[in-house]
Design a protein around this ligand. Structure first.
Ligand code: ATP
Length: 240
């Protein structure tokens, strides 16, 4: 592990049912900015994030936060060490208001409401609205805001732009860009335009293993490699 790693996983193995989903995943996430975790559908990106947090069992391997081994800690203890998680399904409480969703996410003494409302002014206006009546994009904003409320060292963000309109994709990307100035972000993202805009480093998974690790700009400039690793053209379109 390099000294500047915010997060480091080594030889992570996870079985889900009979499936050996993670088969020795190892990579470092540099401190600051965005590292993108990429790969075709079903290669284990979400499972990697969940394994880091102890949400799925790891049969082998280690997870370290800024050099501290957290492998044996319970999920809540890892979260308390400063790891925020924005899951793929925008887990907002549909029956609660936007305000209530945010209040429930508060962890420390000084929740960062000013930052959150500065990034997402709409959430202040919609404080009394039930989260279940928000659009998908607005729900995503709530999900990201919940993680940003706390002063996390690392944010794990799973496909935040999935299914959003181009305008909302751009808004979510802007919010993550700002968030990444404050904290280290590990981002699972299929939209290569967003990866290009945000990520400095990329890690590519295939078959439950890391098959590429490097500078985002270099990978994205190599369209043949992108197509080989991700099955899409460099512009983010599916390969024919
Ligand atoms: N509970 C489970 N039991 C058995 N297999 C599972 C379970 N959950 C996920 N898997 C399998 O594990 C593999 C990895 O899933 P995962 O969701 O981590 O992939 P992903 O790279 O995030 O995919 P996507 O890009 O489609 O979200 C897939 O083949 C999936 O079918």
């Amino acid at each position: 592990m390099s000294p500047a790693s915010a997060l480091s996983v080594s030889d992570l193995h996870t079985y889900l049912g009979e499936s050996h989903v993670l088969q020795g995943v190892s990579f470092d996430v540099a401190a600051g900015g965005v590292t993108a975790l990429l790969g075709r559908n079903g290669v284990g990106k979400t499972t990697t994030l969940r394994a880091m947090l102890g949400l799925v069992p790891r049969s082998r391997g280690t997870v370290a936060l800024a050099g501290d081994d957290v492998t044996r800690l319970a999920t809540h203890a890892i979260v308390r060490r400063g790891v925020g998680y924005v899951p793929e399904d925008r887990d907002v409480f549909a029956g609660l208001t936007v305000d209530e969703n945010l209040r429930l996410a508060e962890r420390g003494r000084d929740p960062r409401y000013e930052l959150v409302y500065d990034l997402f002014p709409d959430l202040r206006r919609r404080g009394a609205q039930r989260a279940g009546t928000l659009s998908g994009g607005q729900q995503q904003m709530v999900a990201i805001a919940r993680a940003l409320l706390n002063d996390n060292r690392v944010l794990l963000v799973d496909e935040p732009t999935k299914g959003l309109s181009p305008l909302l994709v751009s808004e979510v990307a802007s919010a993550l860009e700002r968030a990444a100035q404050l904290t280290t972000v590990l981002l699972v993202e299929q939209n290569l335009g967003v990866v290009q805009r945000l990520a400095r480093h990329v890690v590519v998974l295939d078959g439950g293993r890391v098959v590429y690790e490097g500078v985002a700009e270099e990978l994205l400039a190599d369209h043949a490699r992108v197509r080989q690793l991700l099955g899409v053209h460099g512009e983010g379109r599916p390969a024919a």
